[in-house]
Design a protein around this ligand. Structure first.
Ligand code: F0G
Length: 468
């Protein structure tokens, strides 16, 4: 198998503590089998998220020393503004401490009750911010996105027929903007094609509806465009990004992903009135417009990270490392979501653990087993995260997919550690029938996955699981 080797060498190391199976078993019991409650120090390879977990470069660390902590007019803000304008091309640059604040500012300004925001698939925080305004967050991705076996190069694409129908049904005055999430995190880190973006733009122009990007993983999306859309094979990532953003009117950005920083984000847009309104809100809830909830040094690290992320050697290593993990698993017949996305590999828990019914949380059970046996932490994306209670019957309505997401932090783990992850999962797969389900014992009314508690169903014989 071919994969690119690391395009960097290591200058600073952070030791990782090895733990024993007994210790991890105890920690799991104390955590109520919720991996969000396991101390990070007791995790060997932490694949909980790729957000805010990047390793910064020497160039970024050097930038921290040049932080200008003036309340107003920090030079680092001007550097960030110039960088964002040159890549994204929008007029106004409003820094925020992370992505969801950019979403909050935008939606609380332009979304009114009864409105509707279509997206390919909303990430949890955009959905929550839209719904918080009394509006509907609608997913309009192509239907193949929901089939874990369907291999399409651009499985994050918007379904243009459904988008047009939605606009005609809802009425354009009730759609203040349409969003495209690049890459589509909730659908497996799948990219959106330039062709689909252009067509979305054309459709929306006919109705005078603005297009915004949820741009967290824009560089990874641009890399896929270069790799998979023939017209772009010889273009630079910067040129691809500039063309992509030229089809939009603005974006929200969590720089904790493709900004290669541990904290930071921004809202960038062309509309003067919306910029003025969101800036007024920013001053109230985040800070003055030239720092937006961040220190000057954070703005500098973000400006530098946004340039570094466009480097093709970096991107082919980055996407290649994720693909390397996915291909090792696929070759061993471990069921994963296909094709392999840009930032994560998703284990298909329904097929990994067919003997555990959805009532017994197969993806959570798999994530727990992976931590207990090997010290690897992934995140459940299944019934715990997305299951909903039927108000009439009190029964849980299960989501279609049961996944464990293994999100790879940027520039953090070596290929050898990724090989360890693959070997561990392949070994676990060979012993999969020994994994037992979990029973939910506590759940909060909203975002239950963060605080849920479980009980291990070890005492039940496996045959009962199969029948349930
Ligand atoms: N949009 C997308 C597509 C995301 O993946 C995230 C965060 C956000 C918005 C919000 O950004 O965390 O900076 O406020 N995703 C993280 C994850 C949390 O693990 O996928 P934020």
């Amino acid at each position: 198998m071919k994969f690119p080797s690391e395009p960097f060498k290591i200058k600073v190391v952070e030791p990782i503590r090895r733990t024993t199976r007994e210790e991890r078993d105890r920690l799991l019991r104390e955590a109520g089998y919720n991996l969000f409650h396991v101390p990070a120090e007791s995790v060997y390879v932490d694949l909980l998220t790729d957000s805010g977990t990047s390793a910064m470069s020497d160039n970024q660390w050097a930038g921290l020393m040049l932080g200008d902590e003036s309340y107003a007019g920090s030079k680092n803000y001007y550097h960030l503004e110039e960088t964002v304008r040159s890549i994204f091309g929008y007029k106004h640059v409003i820094p925020t401490h992370q992505g969801r604040m950019a979403e909050n500012l935008l939606f609380s300004t332009v979304v009114k009750p009864g409105m509707c925001i279509p997206n390919n698939i909303h990430f949890d925080t955009t959905r929550a911010n839209v719904e918080h305004q009394g509006a509907q967050a609608l997913d309009v991705v192509i239907k193949e996105a929901y089939d874990p076996h369907c291999e399409l190069p651009f499985k994050g694409n918007m379904d243009l027929v459904r988008l047009k129908d939605t606009i005609n049904r809802v009425g354009r005055h009730r759609i203040p903007l349409v969003m495209l999430t690049i890459t589509n995190n909730s659908g497996g880190g799948q990219p959106v094609s330039m062709d689909n973006i252009r067509q979305t733009r054309e459709l929306l122009s006919r109705y005078h509806i603005p297009l915004f990007f949820d741009a967290c993983r824009f560089a990874e999306n641009c890399f896929f465009i270069k790799e998979r859309e023939p017209d772009y094979a010889s273009k630079s990532i910067l040129d691809i990004a500039r063309e992509l953003f030229s089809y939009g009117d603005g974006c929200t950005m969590s720089a904790k992903k493709d900004g290669l920083v541990n904290i930071g984000g921004f809202l960038s847009l062309n509309d003067d009135q919306w910029a003025q309104d969101t800036t007024n809100m920013l001053i109230m809830v985040e800070g003055f417009p030239t720092y937006g909830g961040l220190a000057g040094r954070d703005l500098e690290a973000m400006a530098r990270g946004l340039r570094e992320v466009l480097d093709e050697d970096y991107l082919s290593f980055r996407v290649g490392q994720v693909r390397y993990l996915g291909e090792l698993l696929d070759q061993a017949d471990v069921p994963i979501l296909k094709p392999i996305g840009g930032h994560a590999v998703y284990l298909n828990a329904k097929e990994f653990l067919p003997h555990i019914s959805q009532d017994q949380c197969p993806a959570q059970s798999l994530a727990v087993a992976l931590y207990r046996e090997y010290g690897i932490r992934g995140v459940e994306i299944g019934t715990v995260m997305f299951g909903k209670k039927d108000a009439a019957t009190g029964r849980t309505i299960h989501p279609e997919l049961e996944m464990v997401r293994l999100a790879i932090p940027r520039r953090v783990y070596t290929n050898m550690q990724i090989t360890y992850v693959a070997d561990s999962i392949i070994e676990l797969y060979s012993r999969r029938e020994r994994i037992h389900g979990l029973a939910l014992t506590y759940e909060a009314p909203v975002l239950r996955h963060f605080t849920a508690r479980f009980e291990q169903l070890e005492e039940r014989p496996l045959v009962q699981h199969a029948a349930s």
